[in-house]
Design a protein. Structure first.
Length: 205
């Protein structure tokens, strides 16, 4: 049997996450959260830029485009699948600009050879569910109707994945349920698959 000492149990999740729950049901977030800005630097293997989803809600998404897709040598201008990604962290912290999620999406776009759209949705408790699910559907509507060149020129809208990590997996799942009811409204965007990385669900007893 290993003699390794186990870490002490987490007694105060607010202290662990470095957030303070205020009397008005908002959070003061002190968690260290390095951010990465979008870049069109062609020395990078993946180009990135941000698109506004809803200005009043301050929601947006970050597009990741493999640079190889823009090369003249890209035979027949091959269209790429689209992965719509929702970040994790319990619905309450971090964002699509958080370096850990930015790097994950950039690596995924390059390795899988796909365009990735990482959604920055509203956080709880200031914006309680289903706000994040609403933001997910607004993101899909934006992608469907946008005239942004990265979407119109490089994306195969018939091959779209919804993907999320932890809380983001839950968002992707609920977005998938809503898509079933609104498939015609999202054409030509077709959601073909869900990729749920450690989603979590709960219900009232």
């Amino acid at each position: 049997m290993s003699n390794q000492t186990l870490p002490p149990p987490i007694n105060d999740p607010y202290q662990y996450l470095k957030v303070q729950h205020n009397p008005n049901d908002t959070l003061t977030r002190n968690l260290e959260d390095p951010h990465t800005s979008p870049s069109l630097d062609t020395s990078l293997s993946v180009l990135t830029k941000d698109l506004t989803i809803n200005r009043s809600n301050q929601t947006w998404l970050r597009l990741f485009l493999p640079k190889k897709a823009t090369n003249v040598s890209n035979l027949n201008n091959k269209l790429l699948p689209l992965i719509v990604f929702f970040h994790g962290s319990g619905f309450i912290v971090l964002s699509a600009a958080s370096t850990m999620f930015h790097n994950f999406c950039a690596e995924m776009a390059e390795t899988v050879e796909a365009v990735v759209a990482s959604v920055d949705y509203r956080l709880a408790p200031e914006h309680r569910l289903p706000a994040a699910y609403d933001d997910a559907m607004e993101a899909l509507s934006l992608i469907r109707s946008s005239d942004d060149e990265w979407l119109t020129k490089y994306v195969d809208f018939s091959k779209c994945f919804l993907m999320g990590n932890s809380a983001g997996g839950t968002i992707a799942y609920h977005a998938g349920l809503r898509v079933v009811e609104k498939m015609n409204d999202l054409e030509p965007l077709k959601i073909q698959w869900l990729i749920l990385r450690q989603p979590f669900f709960w219900w009232d007893q």
